[in-house]
Design a protein around this ligand. Structure first.
Ligand code: ADP
Length: 494
């Protein structure tokens, strides 16, 4: 099958979180299963820097062309590279004023305005036009999150159909329900889309434009990244306002747990860590632990339990709960290493804890891919106290690295970690807690600490986690079923 992925992120070129990891990995697994797959993302500054660091540059895929919005031409270039160590093509939509921007993938424009709706409208229109010019019309257009969701809507609008897209089914994957691409309704007229797009009502939601809502209505099949999250987003508590829309489409909605990219996250072959190890040869993990504790400014031989936490510092991740519980945990002998960047208040709280608890709490502020590998390998347990978590990858990396996850029982965290209940040490891989409070989190960490000192049980949990098959192969098989369904519901052959 010919499948095109459209996304704002793709690891390793441009990534802020799990979205980038998935788009960098799922297409490879699909290609290994014999599909003809490509990826389309904006040519962000980060992607240009990735190439420059390697003294490389993607090739020009087509001569530049104009995308016209309300008579104003936007000249776009289409560049072509491929995923590292792999030949899955990656097409970059280049338009420097919109994408070549310091300050992150979603940075506002020079005047501080969030111009995402124009950026991604131009991205989608340029990508579809380039597919037409290149003769690369996919059978399935797989869009990820709100940014490219307009592509599913354009397929649904008769005025936009042409010979190339008559035969295209669409799949939308929701990686995060909170980011919806919601903008004031009056901006519609500035997008240069035909009026019947508006009256079709797809983009409209409660008087505003909402790209994710439109994608949910228009896609032939909707997926999200874990079965539990697929159920949660259909409830008022978990739907971020879109639960009724999702309930209306639940016959088209399914949850597929993400896999992990074993070429990137494998302690037996990881170039970032100081010793390689595996479930059969686990001894290298203690060298990684030593090295991490030294880097963190802790006593390298500390026999106590060392906790790690990695992620975007936003309310969703619940790191405030960990920061509040930290003084008590430190008093009980735990050591904590945190890596993240985001909300200034959380960064400030991390700095403060570090200054009060030198040698016991270490805050690494910023985004550091290599360090995230060294933390996964070096700590004993990893905490994910998320308020909601569509899938979560960090805890899956922990399982692979023999690091025991302690997670809030929500979304993909509930689906990917089997909680230890005192009797199931033959299958358990970690710990769950329910209540999103510092108290419940601390209580669970302290019971994990208790097990940590029962070395036999702890090793069983580590081994169980390292033996879990979280590769993308399984998930790719399930996506294949989704693509077939997306073709069938439109009466198209596959
Ligand atoms: P989300 O997609 O909500 O950010 P996930 O757990 O699915 O959460 O994915 C997070 C990904 O981003 C993981 O690969 C994690 O290692 C990485 N990550 C997040 N913050 C940082 C950081 N500060 N430095 C390095 N990697 C990070």
């Amino acid at each position: 099958m010919r499948i095109s992925h459209l996304s704002a992120e793709c690891s390793p070129f441009a990534k802020t979180g799990g979205l980038g990891d998935v788009v960098g990995a799922l297409p490879k697994a699909l290609a290994r299963r014999g599909h003809d797959v490509d990826i389309w993302i904006p040519f962000h500054l980060e992607a240009a820097q990735w190439y420059r660091r390697r003294l490389q540059w993607p090739i020009e895929a087509t001569p530049p062309f104009d995308v016209s919005i309300l008579g104003r031409p936007y000249r776009v270039g289409i560049l072509k590279g491929h995923l590292p160590h792999n030949d899955v093509p990656v097409y970059f939509v280049a338009h420097d004023p919109l994408f070549h921007r310091p300050g992150g993938l979603y940075a506002p424009n020079d005047s501080g305005m969030d111009d995402g709706l124009w950026r991604f409208t131009i991205f989608v229109r340029a990508a579809l036009e380039a597919m037409r010019r290149l003769g690369r019309s996919p059978q399935v257009l797989h869009t990820h999150d709100w940014h490219p969701a307009l592509a599913t809507m354009l397929g649904a609008w008769s005025g936009w159909r042409n010979r190339w897209f008559d035969d295209v089914s669409s799949v939308l994957t929701i990686h995060n329900i909170q980011y919806q691409g919601a903008y004031p309704g009056h901006l519609f007229t500035t997008l240069g889309l035909p009026d019947d797009v508006r009256t079709g009502g797809l983009l409209d939601f409660r008087g505003s434009l909402n790209f994710l809502k439109g994608g949910i209505e228009a896609a032939d099949v909707i997926t999200t990244v874990s079965p539990t999250f697929a159920a949660e987003i259909q409830t008022p508590a978990g739907g971020a306002g879109l639960d009724a829309v999702l309930r209306g489409r639940n016959h088209r909605l399914t949850g597929i747990l993400n896999g992990i990219d074993r070429q990137v996250w494998n302690p037996a072959a990881d170039p970032h860590i100081s010793a390689r190890y595996s479930v059969d040869e686990p001894s290298g993990k203690s060298e990684c632990r030593h090295e991490l504790l030294r880097t963190a400014g802790f006593e390298p031989g500390d026999p106590g339990m060392v906790l790690g936490a990695i992620g975007r510092l936003v309310d969703q991740k619940g790191f405030d709960l960990l920061l509040e519980a930290a003084p008590e945990l430190i008093r009980r002998g735990l050591r904590i290493v945190m890596l993240g960047s985001g909300e200034p208040a959380l960064e400030g709280a991390m700095r403060l804890l570090e200054s009060h608890h030198h040698g016991q709490f270490r805050a690494f502020l910023g985004y550091d891919e290599a360090l995230s590998h060294r933390i996964e390998a070096g700590v004993d347990a990893l905490v994910m106290p998320s308020r909601f978590e569509p899938c979560g990858l960090t805890q899956m990396y922990s399982l692979a690295y023999g690091t025991v996850p302690i997670v809030r029982k929500t979304g993909g965290l509930a689906d990917s970690v089997i909680a230890y209940d005192g009797y199931n040490e033959n299958i358990a891989t970690g710990f769950h807690f329910d209540d999103p409070s510092p108290h419940a989190l601390a209580a669970e960490i302290l019971s994990a600490q208790h097990i940590f000192f029962q070395r036999g049980t702890w090793y069983r949990l580590m081994r169980n986690g390292m033996s879990v098959d979280n590769s993308w192969e399984h998930a790719a098989g399930l996506y294949e079923g989704v693509y077939q369904r997306a073709r069938e519901v439109r009466g198209l052959a596959w």
